[in-house]
Ligand binder design. Sequence first.
Ligand SMILES: Cc1cc2nc3c(=O)[nH]c(=O)nc-3n(C[C@H](O)[C@H](O)[C@H](O)COP(=O)(O)OP(=O)(O)OC[C@H]3O[C@@H](n4cnc5c(N)ncnc54)[C@H](O)[C@@H]3O)c2cc1C
Length: 399
Amino acid sequence: MTMRAQCCVVGGGPAGMMAGMLLARQGVEVIVLEKHADFLRDFRGDTVHPSTLELIAELGWIEEFLSLPHTKMPHVTVNMGGQDVTFADFTRLKVRCPYIAFMPQWDVLDFLAGKAAAFPSFRLLRRAQATELLTEQERVTGVLADTENGPLEVWADLVIGADGRHSTVRARAGLVPVSDSPPMDVLWFRLPRQARDRVPFFQGGKGALISIDRGDYWQIAYAIPAAAFDELKTAGLPVFRERVAALAPALRDRVQRIDDWEAVHHLTVRVDRLPQWHRPGLLCIGDAAHAMSPAGGVGINLAVQDAVATANLLSPVLTRGGIPDRADLARVQSRRERAARVTQAFQLGILRDLYPKDLGDDTTQHVPPLFTAFRALPPLRHLAGRFIGMGVRPEHIAA
Ligand SMILES: Cc1cc2nc3c(=O)[nH]c(=O)nc-3n(C[C@H](O)[C@H](O)[C@H](O)COP(=O)(O)OP(=O)(O)OC[C@H]3O[C@@H](n4cnc5c(N)ncnc54)[C@H](O)[C@@H]3O)c2cc1C
């Protein structure tokens, strides 16, 4: 099969769905290829930050969006050694929604897909996995994908690689990232939730536990030192359950529910960035350009901001029937690169300070300087709220 579009977006995550929807909103013919059949995967993070909520408000969809089930977090509070400290306060942000909305990401992506479907020039192909790039004289001219109906060639004036931190597109394009080694991995599992539970959002100690309220269950991210999963497995499930219960005593009565390692997903964390986000005919955005760790929960919003900048800068060229040239693509990178680098540096700083370095490490025994500074200087929380909530260079939807 062969198809043609002005723009082929690879990856229907936050970056790809937002970029595809915004380009189609400007009348650009877009095909988004998503390798999965649906958005129902659990490892993506649930945070919708004030900057993203503001973008949805600018699009005129905020009331509809907020009618989806979500919880609001106006401050981020972390607990270490029994002491709470508010790390970020969003309440003074001058935006319509000064809080983080916790909403399962499949709902966010379904919402964007529903809105995008209303634009006639938008197509989302699910179960379509990009495998190769099509090229002509060094220029990327499309994508080859595996679909349930066989191979598909999509020819396009522009390919956007938004296929995440294990990007096939950037690998096939020969774009090589520079990597940092974040000191942690994440174990991702669920425990039942009861209305009376009092569980801190972030609990430091032996490991670090982040608990996200998903109504009838807690979605839990347990941070461990990088590559320590095998050691933990050898120690056995009872040891793991005890570590979880020690961090969240309110859940002690149900940690027995973790009765098989199969229920515990091991997610490796990666932080890297491309020195160059583009080559002729191709642009990478989101995690494909700069893989983000979960620290601060900012990767989704950075991906969305990249998508907005891409649509703002490239849709004028595409709607004129032009093909973005090297300078157009470089403009997107130069607009977004600094934000990505500063945010990654911030994430690595948090990881160094707040997360354990080996399995025996108890972070509450050496309360990090960052933690002490936030206790002593409350205005820092508003600064952190601005940085985490809005990002380094907040984008706006072009008129
Ligand atoms: C354990 C963990 C927890 C995290 N928690 C949070 C959090 O709470 N908040 C937060 O803001 N950030 C979090 N992050 C970071 C965040 O997940 C990423 O920064 C963000 O998802 C990047 O969005 P993206 O659209 O660029 O890529 P992704 O979300 O990775 O989306 C890429 C999409 O491309 C699709 N795809 C991949 N390959 C192909 C292919 N060959 N063909 C077609 N489709 C393809 C994938 O199926 C996926 O849908 C977390 C990261 C990790 C590792």
